[in-house]
Design a protein around this ligand. Structure first.
Ligand code: SF4
Length: 361
């Protein structure tokens, strides 16, 4: 048996992958890639069975004005730039009314980190959404937005989280993680919070009973070793708090981003890397139930392939994703559950709607 076959056999037998082993798997080429995908598929079956879940959600773009202007982003703008906007209460509530008509159960604000927003702005946003639909689950705000609200409002991050929870926040977005290696963050998102602060705020949220997603944004500037280190940080947090609902692996969309245009980042992950990112995440994160397949980043055919490589969740209906579209993706707005059904039944598996927190509907 090859080294990879032995390692996969050990993992399926209960061995916990080290970061060095995960790096080795992420760097694999040739037909062993499919062995890794197959082992991840077996692990997925053991963990969560054959159901593929999705949530009826809608993204809500509040503003694209952003203090961070990350190099990997084509969405964020400075105030005064062409196309910069900040929606008011009426515009936001109109979007929520539309979401309700669509039968959406989750609203997911996806916005820039507006330099002038404070804790009151974020709490107002929650209130405005719930004035229209009191039952809607708000899956909102990244640790970077929590940190920003804290410094703008002279509060601790724990106080900000407490205020958001009291205002009706359902769960926290595990975004702004990108790659949790500071030498990479200095290049791709130098104005965002650092690794230690991201970890601290996520743990604080989990401790306060606010669960979150976990994300990784891969395919720009980082190495396989950086990805493995990132996964190691997530697994350690999950061991401690059990507060992550899922991993959302976000494949870098490069076309319209400064990092790519300046020749610093490459043209996104390849199909091999996408497949391995999902598969190795499934094998490495033995304490996560759910590995999401983000169809807006991968496209439908690649998404279906990654459902055979450890993925078990098709994310949401979304309805709009200007962050991905502005970065250059062509097909990242709405995915009809009927299309999901076709993708999933073709694999001999069952599609099932879920809530944000993975209760089956
Ligand atoms: S990735 Fe987020 S924080 Fe960074 S520039 Fe884009 S909108 Fe702003």
């Amino acid at each position: 048996m090859s080294e990879i076959s032995n390692l996969l056999s050990d993992v399926l037998g209960g061995h916990r992958l080290t970061e060095a082993e995960a790096t080795r798997l992420l760097d694999t080429r040739g037909r062993e890639v499919f062995q890794i995908a197959s082992a991840a598929d077996e692990m997925r079956e053991r963990h969560v069975g054959d159901i593929v879940t999705y949530v009826k959600n809608q993204n809500l773009h509040v503003t694209n004005i952003c203090k961070n202007l990350c190099g990997f982003c084509g969405f964020g703008r400075s105030a005064g730039d062409e196309g910069a906007y900040c929606n008011d209460k009426a515009a936001i509530q109109a979007k929520v009314h539309l979401a309700l008509k669509r039968g959406v159960t989750e609203i997911c604000p996806l916005s820039g980190v507006h330099p002038e927003f404070t804790i009151d702005t974020y709490c107002d946003l929650i209130t405005w959404v719930h004035e229209v639909g009191s039952h809607i689950h708000l899956h909102a705000f990244s640790p970077d937005e929590v940190s920003h609200a804290a410094s703008r409002s002279n509060l601790s991050s724990a106080e900000v989280l407490g205020r958001l929870k009291a205002a009706g926040l359902g769960s926290l977005q595990g975004t702004a993680a990108e790659i949790l290696v500071d030498s990479v963050r200095k290049v791709i998102c130098p104005r965002k919070l650092g690794t230690a602060e991201w970890v601290r705020i996520i743990k604080e949220a989990h401790t306060l009973g606010i669960s979150s997603t976990a994300t990784i944004m891969y395919g720009s500037y980082e190495t396989a070793k950086d990805r493995a280190e990132h996964l190691g940080i997530l697994r350690n947090i999950q061991d401690e708090t059990h507060g992550f609902t899922e991993l959302v692996p976000l494949s870098y969309i490069h076309t319209n981003t400064p990092l790519y245009k300046e020749g610093i980042a490459r043209a996104g992950a390849t199909g091999r890397e996408d497949l391995l990112m999902i598969a190795v995440s499934r094998l490495f994160l033995d304490n996560f139930d759910n590995i999401q397949v983000p169809w807006g980043k991968l496209g439908l055919k690649m998404s279906q392939m990654t459902l055979m490589a450890g993925g078990n969740d098709l994310a949401g209906t979304m309805f709009s994703d200007d962050v991905t579209a502005d970065a250059g993706a062509s097909d990242a707005d709405y995915l009809d559950p009927a299309v999901m059904e076709r993708m999933v039944s073709d694999l001999g598996r069952t599609l099932q709607e879920r809530t944000t927190l993975y209760e089956l509907v």
